[in-house]
Design a protein around this ligand. Structure first.
Ligand code: DC
Length: 231
């Protein structure tokens, strides 16, 4: 089998996976796929169809009638749901919590994993999520589990949200609570819970700068990829 290298970046919300994946993709000319955006798009579909996040059979039925596509762009992925661009909408809080809830259902996960494997089948990609190194690409060439303390992650999330929409006053405590709830669900679900693969490199970024995290991961990726010509 010949395919380009696969870099799996897993970890909890707010650990910095998306930023790291975006940088790696640019530096090494890799395809960047955000698996979480797919769960988010499906959660939005459930919301638009008034579907209960806990009703596994109804969600499975809905999935059969759903097309999700990721389009890598320089700033992250553009996300399409049934042909409509939902890139911005899927970052809203109702979708964020919904994504964590729809992702507990094994049938929904199996469908997503198939899609993710198909999108990444040619390799030369960095995919970030919760189960990329454990389930989606267990033979990935580099597996990183990027972690940080709950306090650091909620502070980063708060700063990101405040920077993205300065006109909205965010409640720090609400951001922390949402993150805790999501962590709890993502780590404790029976189907593919968030955990590091046995052969993952675990990086705790609590006291590290982005540059420090990046150079650590670049050391692992560089031997596998020629550096892209970044202007
Ligand atoms: O990475 P994110 O915040 O966009 O992910 C949203 C939710 O999707 C997350 O709370 C759990 C779920 N998810 C998952 O179960 N498996 C993945 N590979 C990616 C995300």
């Amino acid at each position: 089998m010949s395919r380009g290298p696969i870099i799996a970046i897993d970890g909890p919300a707010g650990a910095g996976k998306s930023t790291v994946a975006r940088h790696l993709a640019q530096r090494f000319g890799l395809l960047n796929l955000e698996s979480g955006a797919m769960y988010r798009a499906f959660a939005l579909k459930a919301i638009l169809n008034d579907q209960d996040f806990d009703d596994s059979a109804a969600l499975e039925h809905l999935a059969r009638d759903t097309t999700i596509w990721l389009e890598p762009a320089r700033t992250g992925n553009r996300v399409s749901l049934d042909g409509t661009d939902v890139t911005e909408r899927i970052r809203d809080s109702d979708v964020t919590q919904g994504a964590s809830r729809v992702s507990v259902h094994p049938a929904i996960r199996a469908w997503m994993v198939d899609l993710q494997r198909a999108m990444g089948s040619r390799g030369s990609l960095v995919m970030e999520g919760r189960d990329i190194g454990t389930v989606v690409f267990p033979d990935a060439d580099v597996k990183v589990f990027l972690d940080a303390s709950p306090e650091a992650r909620s502070q980063r999330r708060y700063e990101q949200a405040a920077a993205a929409t300065p006109a909205v006053a965010f409640d720090h405590e609400a951001v922390s609570r949402e993150l805790r709830e999501r962590d709890e669900r993502d780590r404790n679900r029976p189907s593919s819970p968030l955990r590091p693969a046995a052969d993952a490199i675990v990086i705790d970024s609590t006291a590290m700068s982005l540059d420090e995290v990046l150079s650590r991961i670049e050391e692992l990726v560089r031997p596998l990829c020629a550096e892209a010509q970044v202007p």
